[in-house]
Design a protein around this ligand. Structure first.
Ligand code: ATP
Length: 328
């Protein structure tokens, strides 16, 4: 099957800065693909390379089987939703959405109809006459989405599109984006530094560090089987256990990760002390001291919660220990 996006040893260097450094990547048609990583890891540059706003300094990019080498952004069948939405303040919403079609020479009646349909798709029918300044942040975000979708791109690129929204709105938009993507069948490539967002929305996630992909896989893979300490730390929430402690617990002398929800309180387990207990609603998170290390333990709702300072015993299944590469 032809990939929607294919990178072959793609680099983009800016002088001494290796923003993207030898990336291989294949994104399948219709996939919701997240690029996750800390600030400066090269995600946005990868997105801009797909869009055509940047050209590789080495390597090749294909979009749906066709070479993108030297192809300008407007000839790529790819659209971008920018973090700051980039709406035209002096145009009303309908004209903002129809703008791309106007530039491509689509007649007025046809482009207004298409823009109206796109606004319906993002649940903003009836807002066409307003200006961007008369909308909330969440509504502006939807307009930006409609403006990209109206061009019927084969690949939609989203650069931290939910970053400016508050938590509740962000969660709502995450679900809407996901169902929109399913309904339209367009390939979505999404850049974020928010691991929760990547894991909850994407079919597949690439974790970036220093201009390269450290690990690629389904959200479950990345969460359960982080390849190394960097991924385990960055994707967060997992406990990272040093080789000496692992050996003292009867395991191999290697770096390992252990998910907080895999640890339970058990009378015959390893001794630990409760340093802190945080009630999270659906669960309680304990911070415990175990032979000099600090671990998190997630207790399900309804479990007995030990008091801070209590001596407790912890156990887990051997299968829940996941050994990792040494690389930090
Ligand atoms: P963020 O989440 O902060 O946007 P990112 O992972 O998207 O980060 P990039 O924006 O791709 O990272 O940047 C990767 C590296 O390349 C950074 O060190 C950045 O400073 C550098 N860089 C990006 N664009 C340019 C440019 N036009 N000129 C010089 N250096 C650049």
């Amino acid at each position: 099957m032809t990939s929607a996006v294919r990178f072959q040893q793609v680099s983009r260097h800016f002088g001494q800065v290796r923003a993207v450094d030898g990336v291989d990547l294949e994104i399948a048609p219709g996939e919701f693909f997240a690029m996750l990583g800390p600030s400066g890891s090269g995600k946005t540059t990868c997105l801009r390379l797909i869009a055509g706003f940047e050209q590789p300094t080495a390597g090749h990019i294909q979009i749906f089987g066709e070479t993108a080498d030297g192809v300008p952004p407007y000839r790529r069948n790819v659209n971008t939703v920018f973090q700051d939405y980039a709406l035209f303040p002096h145009l009303n919403i309908l004209d903002n959405v129809a703008y791309g079609l106007m530039v491509r020479g689509v007649g007025k009646a046809e482009r207004m109809k298409a823009a109206g349909e796109a606004l319906e798709l993002v649940k903003l029918p009836g807002y066409g006459a307003r200006r961007p300044g008369q909308l909330s942040g969440g509504q502006r975000q939807r307009v930006a989405l409609a403006r990209a979708l109206v061009n019927k791109p084969k690949v939609l690129l989203l650069d931290e599109p939910l970053g400016a929204l508050d938590l509740k709105l962000r969660e709502q938009m995450q679900e809407e984006l996901k169902s929109l993507q399913r309904a339209l069948g367009i390939t979505f490539v999404f850049v974020t530094h928010d691991q929760g967002e990547a894991l909850s929305m994407a079919d597949r996630v690439a974790v970036f560090n220093d201009g390269n992909i450290v690990q690629e896989g389904t959200p479950q893979d990345i969460y359960r089987r982080p390849k190394n300490r960097f991924v385990a730390d960055f994707v967060g929430s997992s406990n990272v256990i040093a080789p000496d402690l692992m050996a003292s617990l009867g395991g191999e002398r290697r770096w390992a990760s252990l998910r907080p929800e895999a640890i339970r309180l058990a009378g015959d387990g390893v001794e630990a002390q409760v340093d802190n207990a945080s009630f999270l609603g659906a669960a309680t998170r304990l911070t415990v001291g175990l032979r000099g290390a600090r671990l998190h333990v997630m207790l399900p709702a309804g479990a007995d919660v030990p008091v801070v300072g209590a001596d407790i015993r912890l156990a887990w299944q051997p299968d829940d220990i996941h050994y990792m590469d040494d690389a930090a």
